[in-house]
Design a protein around this ligand. Structure first.
Ligand SMILES: Nc1nc2c(ncn2[C@@H]2O[C@H](COP(=O)(O)O[C@H]3[C@@H](O)[C@H](n4cnc5c(=O)[nH]c(N)nc54)O[C@@H]3COP(=O)(O)O)[C@@H](O)[C@H]2O)c(=O)[nH]1
Length: 912
């Protein structure tokens, strides 16, 4: 089979080495560390660390740069402020000096005018220029102001107290004279003699010293101001707010450096630059708000942090996703590996052979072959090759027969279309040749896996079971079930082709005697031998089945339509069965009765054919046995006939028992002659039945039916009672006393109450027990020897004598015979009939006579019809005779006549 691509997607090939050794497991653990889902997060951590290190590095650098820039700005601003203040203070001091000079020259009242004239007065908007005399009265002022006493003001007191030669700078304050804040720059005025003459005063708004504040440079929260050497703030501006009067610890102010520290007035951290204004006792301070100065850096830092954070987040996200994916992949790989290891271990321990086969594609997309990828130990045994040798081999090169027997095609179909192929086959290739194998082929990624199991034992067991279900245990021949199957098959075939077939029903004659007499083992042996012999007569296609018991059926297909053409075969079968058989150390002989039917003539289905063959077989039995009968339509009536006959017999028995006249049943009596005296010494009672419609019915027929139906028990009891009454009647009539023999059938004998019934018959008739003899057959006794002998002893104890009927046809052993409480042996008439001509029968008769005498028994021959027979028997010391030669069975009146006339059947000279 070649089919086209593409092959469907399938699960991964499950193959692999057995469980890994410890070193390999260690290596696997190490490689686990290198797995992406472990290594990648580690690498990511390093990256994140590097990223954040870099970010912090740059943040730190920029912070340092920003701080440095702020420091530089602060330094520059404070330098500038210092220069401005130095100029402003110098200007104020210049005014003080001019004023002092003018006062000293022109007196307090003209000083201001002089200065005004010379345009040396500062603008009055900014500065108030005044002069206080030595008494502390402000005597001149620009702009003019009402007289004011400053004699108690600090600067007045300071100057009056000493001439320091330096200006004095007051604290910023508000007072009675002026609600706005202001501060005073003052210088001592001396008179010509150098004594204190008053104070030159310049009053300044503190805002003047902070007017240099620029938002563009100092920002919104920058700081600019002057502090006195006493630590008290003279003027301080932050943003738009100007304040004064705060006290600060001068020791904590940086000395020439820019510091970063919390500052007044609000505690904000600022870069702070300080410059001492020499000569005035003032300190210029400039502060830049740290937050404002570092705002750019802060933004930069935020950008860095955001960048690093985003970078980290993105990295972590990517790493998480990749790691998760990698973990999934690794997990499924691990599972797969574990599955492989488990599979490998399991397959090694399995009784099945595993072949992992990779598909080898042809250029046209068909499956060209399969390459063996992996196998287990069992596969080695099955293939007869080591694993290493098989690995890589092409399947059809290793096993070319697979291309022909369909295995390759089935596997290719699985490889192409998926599904599962399962089948059993009888292996032809070494080393599994002759064994039954089962395969299961399943698709896997890249190929197929074939699992092969040796199912020979199971197959054999199944075959055994099938054989047992269809064959007879004992003979090994087909049984009833198989026969029916074959019959139905053959009928179907014959119907289809227009052929004929024959069915022969075979029943062994006399088998029961052997089986009962010699035991079941002997019976079994006989069946086996007979079965073999019949089988040997048949063709190959014929069937010989054991139908049950001693019944066999032959199925002969493909025969001619004419039944008579079977005659030679049937005769051959008859002879084969009739030939003597050695069983249980004895030579025994059976015959067979065969009924033959033809399909389609005698029936169209199995049931009809079997039924009709059975009917034909019974007809053969009725016809004297040891023969065959072809089926005729009218034979089927016999079943119904038997029922009708049986019904008639019952009615006759009931009528006879009821004493109705013409009941139909009667007894006739056949004389038995003593050869010594030539006279009748006894009679055998024989049943007769006159059917109201059909007339006389043969005892062979109705006694057999009565035996089968169980009616024989009642019938036999009637015969026994009638015979006893009759004999007693003869005696009562004064006739010479004789014995009467009554036949006892197997069912009668086995009946529990036999002895009681006999006793009752004797008692009721008044016949002495020694005038009654019961005739039983050998086979009847042998059915259950112990019980039979016990019953016979009971009868013997009662005084009733027993004789063995049909002696010679059964198989009593000598030892058993010795134990029988009998008085007479009766040679069967089948040996007597050919006595004159058949040396075998002569030998048997002589042997029976001799045996009987040795056992001290009387020997009687029955069926004596001719003088020759009589002469032979007499010559061989037979004691008694019975047969047509002397008399047929006759009515009781005739016996009475014979007894009355004392007829001598054997001439006196002959009789001893
Ligand atoms: N259980 C009972 N069985 C009975 C009884 N009555 C008869 N039988 C059995 O029936 C079988 C057939 O009997 P029958 O047809 O009566 O045949 C007997 C004789 O008529 C016949 N016989 C006698 N002499 C000759 C002879 O010279 N030639 C010849 N061809 N036949 C002859 O033999 C039969 C007696 O046989 P056996 O009993 O073995 O002595 C038969 O088996 C009877 O036993 C009954 O009441 N009960």
């Amino acid at each position: 089979m070649n089919a086209r691509l593409p092959a469907p997607r399938r699960s991964a090939i499950v193959s692999g080495p057995p469980a890994a050794p410890p070193r390999a497991r260690l290596g696997r653990k190490l490689s686990l560390v290198l797995e992406t889902y472990v290594a990648l997060p580690l690498f990511a951590l390093v990256l994140v660390a590097a990223l954040w290190t870099t970010a912090f590095h740059f943040i730190d650098k920029e912070q340092r740069d920003a701080r440095q820039a702020a420091r530089d700005d602060t330094r520059e601003l404070v330098d500038t402020y210092e220069a401005q203040m130095a100029r402003s203070l110098a200007g104020i001091d210049q005014t003080l000096k001019l004023l002092k000079y003018a006062v000293e020259q022109d007196g307090a009242s003209g000083a201001l005018a002089t200065l005004r004239r010379q345009s040396l007065l500062p603008p009055s908007v900014l500065f108030t220029v005044a002069v206080a005399n030595r008494d502390g009265l402000v005597v001149a002022s620009n702009p003019p102001a009402r007289p004011l006493d400053v004699s108690r003001v600090t600067y007045f007191l300071v100057h009056r107290a000493a001439d320091g030669g330096v200006p004095y700078v007051s604290q910023t304050l508000t007072d009675r004279t002026k609600a706005e804040p202001h501060l005073h720059f003052t210088r001592r005025i001396n008179d010509a003699s150098g004594r204190f003459a008053g104070v030159a005063i310049v009053e300044v708004d503190p805002g003047y010293f902070t007017s240099a504040y620029e938002h563009g440079r100092e920002g919104e929260r920058g700081l600019l101001g002057l502090v006195g050497a006493d630590g008290v703030v003279r003027a301080l501006r932050v943003g738009e707010q100007t304040s004064w009067g705060q006290r600060i610890d001068l020791a904590r102010l940086p000395d020439g450096q820019v510091s970063l520290a919390p500052t007044i007035p609000d505690g904000l951290t600022r870069f702070l630059g300080v410059r001492r204004l020499h000569g005035y006792g003032l300190i210029a301070i400039v502060g830049l708000d740290a937050d404002e100065q570092m705002a750019g850096f802060a933004r930069q830092r935020s950008a860095w942090l955001a960048g690093a954070g985003i970078g980290t987040a993105v990295l972590l996200l990517v790493v998480t996703l990749v790691s998760a994916w990698s973990w999934q992949v690794a997990r499924s790989r691990r599972r797969e590996r574990r599955a492989q290891e488990t599979y490998a271990a399991a397959s090694e321990a399995s009784v099945d052979a595993f072949f992992v086969l990779r598909t080898v594609w042809a250029a046209d997309g068909t499956v060209a072959d399969f390459a063996i990828e992996a196998t287990n130990s069992r596969a080695e045994e099955m293939a007869g090759l080591p694993k290493e040798a098989m690995r890589g081999m092409l399947l059809c090169e290793m096993l070319p027969s697979y291309r022909r027997n369909g295995i390759f095609d089935a596997a290719a179909k699985v490889a192409l279309e998926g599904g599962v192929d399962q089948a059993e086959w009888h292996a032809q290739a070494y080393p599994m040749r002759g064994r039954w194998l089962h395969r299961q082929v399943v698709p896997v990624e890249g190929g197929v896996v074939a699992i092969v199991r040796d199912i020979t034992e199971r197959k054999q067991a199944e075959e055994r079971i099938v054989h047992m279900a269809h064959h007879d245990d004992l003979t090994g021949l087909p049984n009833r079930t198989l026969l029916r199957l074959r019959l139905e098959q053959n009928i179907a075939q014959a119907a289809h082709k227009g052929w004929s077939l024959a069915l022969v029903f075979v029943d062994l004659d006399g088998f029961k005697l052997i089986n009962d007499g010699l035991g079941h083992n002997a019976g079994d042996e006989l069946l086996k031998v007979v079965g073999k012999r019949m089988r040997a007569c048949l063709r190959r296609g014929d069937t010989l089945a054991r139908f049950g018991g001693d019944e066999f059926v032959l199925l002969l297909p493909g025969v001619g339509a004419k039944a008579q053409s079977l005659a030679p075969l049937l005769e051959k079968l008859r002879q084969a069965v009739h030939a003597p058989v050695q069983v249980a150390g004895q030579s025994v002989q059976v015959s067979c009765s065969m009924g033959v039917v033809m399909y389609p003539r005698d029936g169209l289905d199995a049931n009809t054919l079997l039924m009709n063959a059975d009917a034909a077989m019974y007809r053969a039995k009725d016809g004297g046995r040891n023969n065959y009968q072809f089926y005729a339509r009218e034979m089927n009536a016999s079943g119904e006939e038997n029922l009708i006959l049986l019904d008639g017999l019952r009615q006759s028995l009931e009528a006879t028992l009821a004493g109705a006249p013409g009941g139909g049943l009667s007894l006739c009596y056949q004389p038995k002659v003593d050869l010594k005296t030539g006279r009748v010494f006894g009679v055998e009672a024989l049943l007769r039945w006159h059917h109201p419609e059909h007339g006389p019915v043969s005892p062979q027929r109705f006694i057999g039916l009565a035996e089968e139906s169980g009616m024989i028990v009642e019938l036999g009891e009637w015969a026994l009672r009638t015979a006893c009454r009759q004999n007693q009647a003869w005696r009562a009539a004064g006739l010479p006393p004789i014995t009467v023999s009554v036949n006892v059938s197997p069912r009668q004998f086995e009946e529990r109450k036999l002895v009681a019934r006999v006793a009752a018959a004797l008692r009721d008739s008044g016949l002495p027990p020694d005038a009654l003899e019961l005739e039983v057959t050998e086979s009847l006794i042998m059915r259950d020897l112990a019980q039979s002998v016990a019953k016979m002893r009971d009868l013997e104890a009662m005084g009733v004598s027993l004789s063995i009927d049909d002696f010679g046809t059964g198989y009593s052993s000598l030892s058993a015979l010795k134990s029988f409480p009998i008085s007479r042996l009766k040679i069967d008439k089948s040996f007597v009939s050919e006595l004159a001509a058949n040396p075998d029968d002569q030998a048997i008769a002589m042997a029976v006579i001799s045996l009987g005498h040795k056992l001290h028994l009387r020997v009687i021959a029955e069926g004596v019809e001719t003088e020759e027979q009589c002469a032979f028997l007499r010559a061989n010391d037979c004691d008694e005779m019975q047969g047509y030669l002397f008399s047929r069975p006759v009515p009781p009146a005739r016996i009475a006549e014979l007894l009355a006339t004392a007829q001598q059947f054997v001439p006196a000279e002959v009789a001893a």
